[in-house]
Design a protein around this ligand. Sequence first.
Ligand code: PLP
Length: 387
Amino acid sequence: MKSSHNPGFGTKAIHAGQSPDPTTGAIMTPVFQTSTYVQEAPGKNKGYDYSRSHNPTRTALEQNLAALEGGRFGLGFASGMAAIHCVLNLLQTGDHVIAGNDLYGGTYRIIKTLYEKFGVATTFVDLTDHAQLQGAFRPNTKLVMLETPTNPLLRCFDLTAIAAICKQRGALAFADNTFATPYLQNPLAHGWDVVVHSTTKYLGGHSDVVGGALISNDEALHKRLAHFQNSCGGTPGPMDCFLVLRGTKTLHVRMDRHCQNALAVARWLESHPKVARVFYPWLPSHPQHAIAKKQMRAGGGMVSVELKATVAQAMDVCSSFEVFSLAESLGGVESLVDHPASMTHASIPAATRRASGLEDGLVRLSVGIEDEADLIADLDRALGRLK
Ligand SMILES: *Cc1c(COP(=O)(O)O)cnc(C)c1O
């Protein structure tokens, strides 16, 4: 993108990392569906020699995502988990990790089942309590990892304050920004070292691709991550990169509508007699509302609601929507409903789940960009079954 001034988010979303194809003028970055590249002489190439290492469609995506997060370097991966694995692989036996106690299930699983056996210990802490965080540090603590807002309780943590603690303690600060998206929140600007996205969610935005990305600023760190990306090969194919690039072009427009609809849904739910609690960062009743306001542009598209319902009743409500679809995942244009206790979070033992505040009547909504009135009518109908 040629630009003499610092462009706004929407302009970057559409143009960063992409310029018309020099050979044809094609305005969209082509899907470079190729494994190898012809060399002019041995070792003399145009910057591309093999598509695990580099691919022009992937380069465009990596540069686009870096620009959106306000970072210098981007790396594409075949999934969000492949990207998280890349950062965890910076660790070695004997290292210690501090992680939020409210993490994506797959992140918890990789830490517990694949890293503990190599002698990497993890302490899970309540990151709203900075004294607890400070107390969890050990001399060998190398990495602090969090998500904000979290899944499914949408807890928010102070990015500036926690990054400062990490810096003071010499630990790498690693933020999963999947729920907020780079449009709503930029952890690097608060002093975080690495940001991960599951591009499967809002960045792709159309529930048609699985992918991941890392964005960072420090060149030495980026080189270590890039070395892993190329060595282990969990890279995305060019078609998947193309789909995510197409998604990011409308990220700002979609997010505005996701946030507007989610706020309307959250407010409506808060006044419903069968609702015990609504979790949404933009509601003044949210315990970390002030932190959310400080570091986010809007409240995001995810709303969780605790119904005054038994497991069976909550499952019945979840099965009776007409506009919302009953499914895992999130961040697509269509609205989804999830019952964490029996779906996304079923692998967590019931007692542990309840102790962390995740009640059996909790329902998670990924609020899409359909018409607000239709979403609320659908909720009204489904919740009406609780009479
Ligand atoms: C989905 C998700 C992941 C994992 O990403 P995949 O693309 O499914 O591998 C990680 N973190 C969060 C917050 C997610 O929602």
